[in-house]
Design a protein around this ligand. Structure first.
Ligand SMILES: N[C@@H](CCC(=O)N[C@@H](CS)C(=O)NCC(=O)O)C(=O)O
Length: 205
């Protein structure tokens, strides 16, 4: 079995770092410097034409997109470790939350950043679009908070759906988004952060 993980610190690839740490799967790690355009070299673009991390190559097959990577690694390595559900409704729930993180929450956060942050030139910022994006983010956080009421983890026991979604929520905290209104969400994040794999990933794995 060969597994190679291309990553960059403090990027979307941090989700996959956590997933791999939970799974304890041995892999070769290749660090790329985005600022030096190492994600844009012809060699890397042959592996991922999007020029983005995370990327995993499993037995010669390229898998990109962090949500697909979490689901794929979960299916292949996580079921017998009780970190990802076997095919069936529970797996459907795991896929639902992982996809929701990237698509629904991710879209709202992306719109908010495009209209507020210095990643986009100020003349392209639109105050109304930022306001709508912020309301959409808060609606997502409310949905997640309510889903976690009375539960230890999203599906009951801890799974990679928690790893993936909590990593996204960590990113919102890092961007100083106020999450204080969401008590169930914050208690769940603390439970996720208490995992030994979380501590290992934060200290460089
Ligand atoms: N939708 C992708 C987003 C990946 C992404 O945006 N990666 C950024 C870092 S956060 C990247 O690699 N950027 C490098 C570049 O654009 O050259 C995923 O979820 O994997």
């Amino acid at each position: 079995m060969s597994l190679t993980f291309y990553y960059s610190p403090m990027s979307t690839a941090s989700i996959t770092t956590l997933v791999l740490e939970e799974l304890g799967v041995p892999c070769e790690r290749i660090k790329l410097d985005i600022k030096k355009s190492e994600t844009r070299t012809p060699e890397f673009l042959r592996l991922n034409p999007n020029g983005k991390v995370p990327l995993v190559i499993h037995d010669g097959t390229s898998i990109w997109e962090s949500a697909a990577i979490t689901m794929y690694l979960g299916e292949v390595f996580g079921v017998e470790k009780n970190l990802y559900p076997a095919p069936g409704p529970k797996r459907g729930e795991a896929m639902k939350w992982i996809t929701w993180a990237n698509v629904t929450l991710g879209d709202a956060v992306g719109r908010w950043l495009r209209n507020t942050s210095d990643w986009t030139p100020a003349e392209q910022h639109n105050a109304k679009a930022a306001e709508v994006a912020q309301a959409d983010i808060q609606n997502c956080l409310r949905i997640l908070n309510e889903a976690l009421e009375g539960k230890q983890f999203l599906l009951g026991g801890y799974t990679l759906a928690d790893t993936h979604l909590n990593s996204f929520i960590d990113w919102l905290r890092f961007m100083k988004m106020d999450l204080s209104a969401y008590a169930h969400l914050n208690a769940w994040s603390e439970r996720c952060a208490a995992r030994p794999a979380y501590a290992r990933a934060m200290t460089g794995g």
